[in-house]
Design a protein around this ligand. Sequence first.
Ligand code: PEP
Ligand code: MG
Length: 755
Amino acid sequence: MLSTLKRIVQEVNATSDLGQALSVIVTRVKQAMKVDVCSVYLLDPASDQYVLMATDGLNPASVGVVRLARGEGLVSVVGETEEPLNLDDAPAHPRYHFVAETGESYYHGFLGVPIIHHRSVMGVLVVRQKDQRRFDDDELAFLLTVAAQLSSAIALAIVSGDIRGLAQAHGDSGLKPIQGLAGAPGVTIGTARVIYPATDLDAVPDRQATDIDAEIAAFHAALVAAREDIRLLEVHMGESIAEEDRALFHAYSLMLDSPGLERQTVERIRAGNWAAGALRDTIREHTRVFDAMEDPYLRERAGDVRDIGLRILARLQNIGGQEHVYGANTILVGEEITVSMLAEVPLESLAGVASVRGSTFSHVAILARSLGIPAVLGLSELPVTRVDGSELVVDGYRGWIYVSPSATVRAEYERLIGEEQQLTAGLEELRDLPAVTLDGIHVPLYANAGLVSDVMPSLRHGAEGIGLYRTEFPFMVRNRFPGEEEQLRIYRQVLEALTPRPVTIRTLDIGGDKMLSYFPIHEENPFLGWRGIRVTLDHPELFLIQLRAILRADIGLGNARLLLPMISSVGEVEAALKLIRRVHQELREGGEDAVLPPIGVMVEVPSAVYQIESLASRVDYLSIGSNDLTQYMLAVDRNNARVAELYDALHPAVLQALTYAMAGAQRAGKPIGVCGEMAGDPAAVILLLGMGVSNLSASVASLPRIKRVIRSFSVAQARDILDQVLLMEDARQIRDYVNGVLEQAGLGSLVRVGQ
Ligand code: PEP
Ligand code: MG
């Protein structure tokens, strides 16, 4: 059963739309389970009906026609209970509902399993048998597994519009956002432009051919060029391979010459798809035939067909065609949008970025933030190949996108964009005003930065300094460890640009999701592994170079502060302090006028919260990294879109931990700030003010609105609000309450835009 299952999954993955995928499933499941019928019903949320979407065994004409209202028939029983239903005599069940159109009169055995995605029932997969028969455990397990595999494919299809008929036939309420990770703030509406690497045929999008003859000509030229490539390869390998192995090249040439390949691709172009999309489908069809073969040798030939497809694709890309045209309001979309892809688009055309891979900390996110372009990454459920040319809404605050948004969604976002423009204009006046509460407490506002290009915008937005300079970024954009002089130049540039304002330079924080290509770390569980200070203490040679560079860069300026990441015990602080003091002493002994900068630790691991006083007594200041602290308190991976709904810094447990840490630091007489994304969230900022936070450091774009919050409340008011919130048990309730407070204070636009 396992190998059958694998084969079905492979086949389903090779299909290009939901209809095909469902028909593969019903046919293969019927064969594998030796049943008389296999059918899939999908729930249309708008009409609340289960629609028969595919069947092998029932009357094919009933597909799309048969609809069961929720509550009707055995399919509904499975949907309601969210459990399998296994009956040897279905018609004897009190909820059995006979449907004439399907011609199902004689079936007794029934096994139905729910298709569930993200906790909601999307449909039901059913097998039927003429005889009375109860299905055994293995069969049940098999069907459940198929249904589980099917669920994400269906979710994708709904999003991409394959079964939009289901949702849209009944109004547009069925369109939901695709959840990803907020990469760069802002909201925008534009047209998707899918970019794909020449090495991935499956990433080629569908695209309407604008000039069919030109596409056919481009395909023919690519085919000729690919044939020539193979011939040259064969010549190149020459005598160095055996005659029988050279047959491989002949086989390739034969496949390239196959009339099917050419004819089918041209037919697909004539049907409207561009050459690359048509080629993708032809290659898929051919590989499917090989993949389905029992003979392992022949099955392997599927790989050759894919390889040939890639060669033609590479040639097609060189030949060009529709590739490099970027219209106004382009939203760059792809499996993995890279910095160089982004850099290729003229800035005046670029409206947003949406990428399947990547996280808030990807280079492309950092670059997008610097450019002020909204970006959503980690969109694991984005059907990349099917959205080219579609209208997209990118919500870089929430980490959502909408594909072909409904009229209501679109109108709402147009309103938000308008409000945001107004808000930005209004906030500009705040730039030179101090971040002081109504009762006169100054809460310094700093910016987070990672690249030198982040530094100037932070000054333009009124930052009083850099509260977190992530040094891993200059390390990430190189292809080897930067040396002492190289680092010194980078740090000096930032310190000089900001002087006399403080710059908090965090020592190298790699590991987790921040990898250096030239220093790979392979771990089962990287967020709980070799990260931050753990790496640098194990590699003092790297740490010492960085410390020397920072202390030397600070000579004559004196605005550097050192910050140690991922501290989870007192021993780590002591070991780091020893190395810092050693560097300081060595520099002085060498005649350099280095000073020992203020040293702080990041509080981003729960153990640091509960040892706050011990840590505080050893350093000059503390800085809460709420991004990691939230992830470790709640055991929710900060980069995993699947659990993103569980990630909330306003969770009562996180707020309790923060309150505890702030009180501890205050008892120890040391300043404590917050430098995670939470510091840029208006609702969170009120609560942090109530806790007595010493300073806030947030992404540049959020600084003006945070200043507005600080200037609108007194610390005494914030304390009262915090007291109320600490009695609450649920993050949603807390957010609603604090948002209500913001509304009452006339800051509703801060809640609506960017929340
Ligand atoms: C944090 O964890 O909150 C933090 C500021 O550090 P980083 O996001 O770089 O891990
Ligand atoms: Mg962190």
